[in-house]
Ligand binder design. Sequence first.
Ligand SMILES: O=C(O)c1cc(=O)[nH]c(=O)n1[C@@H]1O[C@H](COP(=O)(O)O)[C@@H](O)[C@H]1O
Length: 235
Amino acid sequence: MTARIIVALDYADAAQAIHLAQRLDPTRCRLKVGKELFTASGPVVVERLQAMGFAVFLDLKFHDIPQTVARASRAAARLGVWMMNLHASGGGRMMAAAREAIDQESHHPLLIAVTVLTSMDEEGLREIGVFTSPLSQVHRLANLAAHSGMDGVVCSAQEAAVLRQAHPQLLLVTPGIRPAHSAADDQRRILTPAQALRAGADHLVIGRPITAAADPAGALADILAEMDRASAGGG
Ligand SMILES: O=C(O)c1cc(=O)[nH]c(=O)n1[C@@H]1O[C@H](COP(=O)(O)O)[C@@H](O)[C@H]1O
């Protein structure tokens, strides 16, 4: 159960991210460095977190022409990160180019494709010309990701059960996780940690419910306990 949680370090600078990391235990969670923190602090923050013993998910969601994404993916692999991601909607050629670039490196991060962002709903998809449900769009992009050599996909836990059946080999990384009674914030497709686990999620990305808590380590411990209960058949 332990390292299934990835804590999203959505901070404005390295000092705040390191401060939070110092309150967490690398045997009990992994950490995610996303666009805000990486843009502000660069690779140094990734290196510092790794030196503290944390496995790092570099969440830059690459989406560009195949050559640009391939070269960016190679740079991410050279940083030694555990996991990295790109947008499946960048297409099969883009994903395959990233796969090929990473395979040529000595260190191979897990390469994960984002399907439909958890902040999107059916109306949000319509706005961008996608006239189908989030579930069917997630399904379509997960199929493409699987055929393009991805190790896994990012999806909402609401879609995890269907994808678990269709793609037993794919890692399912699920943000949009909210313990019961916590605020949804800008997320639209959410589930609790226990529900996500039961749906077949491998890794749960959790930000504000941990980082905005008065006691982040305590909030993480509570979520891990809920997951333990769920996997024991309760919760
Ligand atoms: O790739 C991601 O990690 C991601 C994909 C997605 O569809 N939805 C999503 O929320 N995320 C990330 O997961 C984290 C969720 O944070 P909280 O909403 O604070 O738990 C943020 O860092 C998002 O960037």
